[in-house]
Design a protein around this ligand. Structure first.
Ligand SMILES: [Fe+2]
Ligand SMILES: [Fe+2]
Length: 258
């Protein structure tokens, strides 16, 4: 049996949430998607993720939500992370941080491990992402059939290095955070399906989802500027992974643009 997973890149702003709300169930049906994982770190109307945006994603066809450096922008999300099994935050935050870095979800008799980690190059100096993922894999050992890792990171080198380090140990690895889709999707030597960045589910004519004029003002004046999400047309970016349950590996990875 082919178990098809759709991974969606950073959902940026309310119009992106709205598009998912209106279209994801149809996409699931039309493309025979079994499981959807989406990065929701920018899904709240004022950036970050809040209870409303997370619940909307879950309600309209997303099975698992990963996050990133904007996870904790809204204070209300802390408790939500503690009590909601389908959402993960980067596993390399300090011990006692709300929520979890990995979760195991059930779908069609398969146990799906979803992990999230934050890169440390040009980002917060958190615990080593390599060792964090090693630790999460050990913690989940024997409790899953398919493994998925979202590496939320700025540097392509860090994501690619991690893909090699975990090649053959994790079924699906994708990067998020840059909001720009890369064209390097592939199945690696030891069987891991990989893409450096899924891209963004967000407004095309913008700077990574934000109104262009806000970013230009910021970069040219160096004054504090309020960032608003662009209201231009939204495109969904991601990747589709086909996992063969008999062969126990991903047999196809393809970029997704809609
Ligand atoms: Fe993002
Ligand atoms: Fe990010």
């Amino acid at each position: 049996m082919i178990f098809r997973i759709l991974a969606l890149g950073d959902v940026a702003g309310p119009n992106a949430v709205k598009r998912i709300k209106e279209e994801l169930c149809g996409i699931r049906d039309e493309q025979n998607v079994d499981f959807v994982v989406a990065n929701g770190e920018n899904s709240a109307a004022s950036n970050g993720i809040d209870i409303q945006s997370a619940n909307t994603l879950f309600q309209y066809g997303v099975d698992a939500i990963t996050t990133g450096n904007h996870t904790f922008k809204r204070r209300e999300i802390r408790e939500y992370l503690d009590y909601t099994r389908g959402i993960v935050r980067p596993g390399n935050f300090p011990p006692d941080t709300s929520g979890r870095g990995y979760t195991v979800l059930y779908c069609k008799n398969l146990r799906i491990l979803v992990m999230n980690v934050l890169g440390v190059i040009y980002l917060e100096p958190l615990a080593c992402p390599f060792h964090t993922v090693d630790r999460m894999l050990k913690g989940a050992e024997g409790k899953y059939d398919i493994s998925i890792l979202d590496i939320h990171a700025e540097a392509t080198s860090e994501k690619i290095a991690m893909s090699h380090y975990f090649d053959g140990k994790i079924d699906i690895i994708f990067g998020t955070h840059t909001h720009v889709q890369t064209a390097d999707e592939r199945i690696m030597q030891n069987g891991t399906a990989y893409i450096t960045d899924l891209g963004m589910c967000g407004p095309d004519d913008s700077v990574l989802g934000i109104k262009t004029e806000n970013i230009i003002e910021k970069l040219t004046t160096h004054m504090p500027v309020k960032f608003d999400f662009s209201e231009n047309h939204v495109t969904l970016h991601g990747a589709v992974f086909d996992y063969d349950t008999d062969m126990k590996k991903v047999v196809r990875v393809e970029r997704f643009v809609r």
